[in-house]
Structure formats: C-alpha cells, structure tokens
Design a protein around this ligand. Structure first.
Ligand SMILES: Cc1ncc(COP(=O)(O)O)c(C=O)c1O
Length: 446
C-alpha cells in the first residue's frame, strides 16, 4: 500500500527526469546538491530555466504558475518590463563602482518617502545583513546587549538570531516562557545566553518576559507578519503592546519587514499604523536583485554617519547600494502604486476565501493563514496564531500538498506558503484552488 505522498513523489519523479539528473550532478559539487536550504526538497528540487510573468519553466520544459516568486520577492512577477529595461540601461553604464552612483540617492529617497518610520536608510545585499546591522545599532545605541525575539521566527542566517527558529518541542519549554534553543550546532553559546524568547501574538506573556529583563535589553525584534509559520498576521494588540512597552522601557523596537513590506505601500508599519525605531528590509525592495536595507530613527541611524570624525558603528560592503540593484529596486518601487496594493489585497482575499470554502466543502481539517498578498496552507483544524499552533500541522499532508501542487502545475514554498503578484489574475486563483482540490481528492478527501 503506497501513501498519498509516495504516489505524488512517483508522479513528480517521472515528470522531472532532467531536474533529477541535474540534482545528481549537483551532489558531486555541493553538499546534498544544495546551496540554499530553503529551496531544497526531497526527492530533488526543480531546476528552473526560465521565468516570465507568472510562469516558470523547468529543465524538463514543464511550465508552472509561480505562487511563491522567489520567496515572495517578485511582486511584479518574473521579468517585468520596467525592471528589465532599467537593468539593461544600467548595464550599459557599468555594474558596480568604488564610489556612490546617482541611482542610490533616488532609491533611498523612495524608501524614506514611503515608509513612515524611515528618517534615514542604508543598503546591504541580504535581509540577513539588514538584521545583523539593525541589532548592532540597537546594541551600540542603548549600550545594552540582550535581545528579545519570537519563537518560530526567522530573521536571517546569523548567530544572534538563529535561535528558537523551529525548536524541537521537547526542548522548547513552556509555551508562555519558551526556552532559547540554538537552531543548529555551531551557534555560539553567548548568542543563546543573550536572547529571550517570547510567544508570538501573546502580549501578556511577552510583557512579563520583557519587563523582567528590561534593564539588559537592547532590542525587541519582531516580524509584523510571521513568515515561517505561515504568513501569520501579528495581532494589532500584540504589535501595539510591543511598541508601548519598548517606548516605556527604553528598548529599541525593530520590525523585520523582509517579507511583510509587501503588504502595503508603506510596508507593514503603514498597514498597522505602528512606528518602529528601526526596520529591516529585503526581497521586494531590490526588484529581484540581491538586497537588504535597514533604516529608521535619525538619532540611531546617525551612528553610521562617517562624516564629522567617523562613524560610531562601521558599515562596509563591496556591493552595498550597487547601481544594478538600485535600478531594479527603483523600477519596482515606482511601479508599486497604491492601486496595485489594492489589487494584490483583493486577489489574496479571494484566494483565502475560496480555499476556506473548499476546506469546508471537503470537510478537511485545514485552514489558511495570511494577509494581503501573503498566504499559507495549514494542515490542522486549529487556528494558527503562533509557533505552537503551527506545530499542530500534519507534516505528511503538507509535503503531499507541496509535491502534489507541483504535479498540478503550481509552485509554492516547501512550507506551503505563497504570495500573489500583480501579474496573477482571478483565473489563476481559481486554477490554484482547483489544483489544491485535486491533490486533496487524490489524498482521499472528496
Ligand atoms: C523575515 C525574514 N528576515 C530575514 C530574512 C533573511 O533574508 P535573506 O535571505 O535575504 O538573507 C528572511 C529571509 O527569508 C526573512 O524571511
């Protein structure tokens, strides 16, 4: 007797021989064939040869509708004409220089004009660097060392924050006062000692922990929408509570909007009407090129100011603010007018509504989380609001859906998260929901 997952994998393997072959080759040169953990999956990942609008093509010539768009990055779809022509124009003038170039000024202005809390901004090449720098700034500014982060939140690949990302439940401690658990071996013990973990969306438990350690705390870092556990929207009272507490106790509040920036014209802080001290960005703001950015309050950001005798905090980076990324970022931000956010919000709402109707019709114990253009499938009857409720997911079903949707001609993330972009249509949404239905039927729900 084969399981639904085994059957989906058999179909997948048969349909993607060239990707299998490429993966086999890749294992000769990269450990496990992989150079980016979030795009590895069993039995082997697809190798993509082309992306155009909402469609990606793999090495076997299979076409799929892309509902994850490089982990929520490509908000205008693949190869939007305004971005490719900006990049082509910049290519004619050079890729990077050992001096600033005019586009970075325009890019910085665009960011500061649209994001309410940004007095000043700096650019880097990844979201990881953005959180490294924001945390460093908070420590330098407050003279304190310790941090608070939420259980089940990913803020990039560095020691300070690779803690309690997906902690094993038998090590994670009490739900209301979680243990700090290093994400994997190699994380320094001091990083673990320097952090306190709060449950997402539980302001009562969070307040207790923050007040208890306030004297040592440099920063509270939080995603307004938790990406990893399924695009879970922060409850307004949770995010507002963190703002109130950090204000009162002299702690820097950092919003990680690497994913959540895409929910509104001025980012998640604009959507929620909450002003953090510092914000981290990535993904969308670079228009598909490698990017990160961090910015916020004038008095904190001025620590990076190299004029007048030198910066308090150093910040170099060969490719920071390079003109290629700036060109793509500017073209993307300028294309993202308020009406496009309305469209994305409507499409995201339609998708969540149709999925909920489907789960009710099939009486399947599933849900959907998300906000605006972000969504995730949840394979549990529980309402998912934090890490512990996320962990009630049936992972076998999740993997079956992930592979099954690829067999149906759709790509989402291997955690079954997704995003809609401006090139998606209502018909694409209906087709996606039908594909989910087909996978569920093959798994025995009808
Ligand atoms: C919320 C959040 N913060 C930070 C990062 C790190 O960004 P990058 O992968 O560009 O280093 C990610 C990446 O997915 C993220 O989702």
């Amino acid at each position: 007797m084969t399981t639904p997952l085994e059957r989906e994998i058999a179909t997948y393997t048969a349909a993607n021989p060239k990707s299998a072959e490429l993966h086999e080759r890749a294992t000769e040169f990269m450990p496990g064939g992989d150079t980016r953990g979030s795009i590895f999956w069993d039995p082997f990942p697809l190798y993509i040869t082309d992306g155009n609008s909402s469609v990606i093509t793999d090495a076997d010539g299979n076409k799929r509708l892309d509902f994850i768009s490089n982990m929520t990055t490509l908000i205008l779809g693949h190869r939007p004409p305004e971005v490719t022509s900006a990049l082509k124009e910049q290519i004619e003038h050079g890729l990077s220089y050992s001096a600033p170039s005019p586009p970075v000024v325009r890019w910085a202005k665009l960011m500061c004009d649209r994001v309410p809390s940004l007095d000043k901004v700096r650019f880097v090449n990844t979201g990881t660097e953005a959180t490294i720098n924001a945390i460093r700034a908070a420590r330098a500014f407050t003279g304190k060392r310790k941090l608070v982060k939420c259980e089940g939140a990913y803020h990039g690949n560095h020691d300070a924050i690779q803690i309690s990302v997906i902690p094993p439940l038998d090590q994670a401690g009490d739900a209301e006062s979680p243990q700090a658990v290093a994400a994997f071996p190699g994380i320094s013990d001091t990083a673990v000692d320097d952090i306190f973990i709060i449950p997402y969306n539980n302001i009562v438990a969070a307040e207790k922990i923050i007040r208890e350690h306030a004297d040592e705390l440099a920063a509270v870092i939080v995603e307004p929408v938790n990406g990893q556990c399924g695009m879970i929207p922060g409850k307004p009272e949770f995010l507002e509570g963190l703002r109130r507490l950090t204000d009162e106790l002299g702690i820097v509040l950092i919003f990680d909007e690497v994913i959540a920036f895409r929910i509104a014209y001025g980012g998640a802080q604009d959507y929620y009407g909450i002003t953090p001290d510092l914000t981290c960005f990535g993904k969308v703001v670079g228009g598909g090129m490698p990017v990160g950015a961090f910015g916020g309050r004038e008095d904190i950001m001025s620590m990076w100011d190299p004029s007048n005798g030198g910066a308090t905090v150093q910040h170099a980076g060969t490719f920071n603010g390079n003109p290629m990324t700036a060109a793509a970022g500017i073209a993307t931000l300028e294309a993202l007018t308020p009406d496009r956010y309305e469209y994305l919000e409507r499409l995201g709402g339609l998708l969540r509504q149709e999925l909920r109707a489907l789960f009710a019709e099939l009486e399947v114990p599933m849900g959907v989380t998300g906000i605006a253009s972000l969504f995730a499938l949840q394979f549990t009857a529980e309402e998912v609001i934090d890490y512990r409720t996320y962990r009630t997911n049936d992972m076998d079903m999740l993997n079956t859906m992930f592979i099954g949707l690829q067999n149906e001609g759709f790509l989402i993330s291997s955690r079954c998260g997704g995003s809609v972009s401006t090139v998606h249509t209502e018909d694409d949404i209906h087709a996606f929901v039908t594909a989910v239905k087909n996978v569920l039927k093959r798994a025995g729900y009808s």
